[in-house]
Design a protein around this ligand. Structure first.
Ligand code: FEC
Length: 312
């Protein structure tokens, strides 16, 4: 019989309807409910992207299906079975691991739908999964990062090239500023020696090199509203600065820290950045999200298989 290995696909999670936003937001805030104003503000953002429809739910389902099919096709000698574990919504990470145990899985690999490692992002997912797996007697190891996987870099650089080509004729390629972005985190991660920033810069440089882009920079987005400082510069400040101080009028946003269409892309970039750019008289485009790009599915399949082999 073929060996059976569980694959826990870890992702952020999203509410499935407007009335679940409060529970979701409370979970993100470590159990502290939001104020009525904060709740309304978040509801308004979800309503603005798709009239209260939550694309991340379906995108994650499709990514997990895509990974399952790719694993089956590329590694037919192993019986990989994919499960979902979400950070802030059901099925929670613990639910995913419990389901594996119920199905008799004794060996598993976890992979996060985010390519860059930080103790506060990927590390927090894997810690919860490992604790549950240890309790339930599942031998579980994790893919920590895959930010320089050649197929990931290829998928990203193809997107950059396609978007650059879509600027109006007459726009010189070298005049388009490419801004790579990722979710900000509290600045204290730097003192802790966290690899997050370094890995993001490595991906940005590798993608720029591959696409032949020299006019690029990195910026942070979607910082939380807390008393402590978050990593900057923020994308909105960067747009103002490059317009006012360098007279940049064409911008391509490439959110390399995210792999799917969701609020941080569809609202923070497509609505917030685009409206500021319009105010500033700039043309702003965004690269398409990876979603179920076959190259991304193959990246995940490859790192999962390598991890399973090295630990099994
Ligand atoms: O579309 C959706 O429904 C979900 C969009 C979404 C993604 C996402 C990714 C990341 N986050 C990360 C860290 C933080 C930290 C805080 C925080 C807060 C929020 C809030 C919403 C939200 N995040 Fe998120 N995040 C998404 C959505 N995130 C909504 C709450 C309101 C707000 O601040 O806008 C601050 C928590 C605190 O106050 O303690 C920290 C990181 C990622 C990227 C890596 C990953 O995907 O895991 C890091 C998608």
């Amino acid at each position: 019989e073929r060996k059976k290995i569980g694959v826990l696909v870890l992702s952020y999670g999203t509410p499935e309807s407007l009335d679940q936003i409060e529970e979701y937001y409370t979970h993100i805030r470590h159990g502290r409910p939001p104020t009525p104003e904060q709740l309304e503000e978040l509801k308004a953002r979800y309503e603005a992207i798709v009239g209260g429809f939550f694309p991340l739910r379906r995108n994650t389902d499709k990514q997990v299906e895509g990974l399952q099919e790719t694993l089956k096709r590329e590694h037919a000698d192993v019986d990989y079975v994919c499960y979902q574990g979400l950070k802030h919504a059901r099925p929670y990470i613990e639910d995913g691991v419990e389901q594996m145990a119920k199905d008799g899985i004794r060996e598993a690999v976890g992979v996060v739908l985010a390519p860059h490692y930080s103790t506060m992002s990927v590390g927090a997912y894997t810690k919860r999964a490992k604790e549950t797996a240890d309790k339930l007697g599942i031998a579980m190891t994790f893919v920590n990062e895959y930010h320089l996987h050649p197929k990931l870099l290829q998928a990203l650089s193809e997107r950059v090239e396609a978007s650059l080509a879509a600027f109006p004729g007459g726009t010189a390629r070298g005049d388009i500023r490419v801004i790579f972005s990722a979710h900000s985190l509290p600045e204290k991660i730097l003192e802790l020696g966290d690899p997050y920033q370094q890995q993001l810069l490595e991906t940005a440089k590798a993608v720029a090199d591959k696409a032949g882009v020299t006019n690029w920079q990195f910026a942070w987005q979607s910082a939380g509203q807390t008393a402590t400082p978050w990593l900057g510069p923020d994308i909105l400040d960067v747009l103002r600065t490059i317009r006012n101080e360098e007279n940049v009028t064409s911008v391509l946003m490439c959110p390399i820290g995210f792999v799917s269409d969701h609020l941080e892309v569809l609202y923070d970039i497509d609505i917030e950045c685009k409206s500021l750019a319009a105010e500033l008289g700039m043309r702003l485009e965004r690269t398409e999200s990876l979603n179920t790009d076959p190259l991304y599915m193959e990246t995940l399949s490859d790192v999962v298989h390598r991890q399973a082999r090295s630990s099994g």
